[in-house]
Design a protein. Sequence first.
Length: 55
Amino acid sequence: MVCVANTTGRAVRMPRPGGPGGRLLLAGHTGEDPAPEGPDGTVAIAPHSCSWWAI
């Protein structure tokens, strides 16, 4: 498992943790799930949030 934290104050897009097999386990304290994966293989991470991924 890996935790991804976004402390930037704005939404960011990043590669899916763990590559194509990475799976979201738990969205962070904001209650917002990352947006669906984009065509470029990235996911959106909400501002001031964290999420746990199985890799």
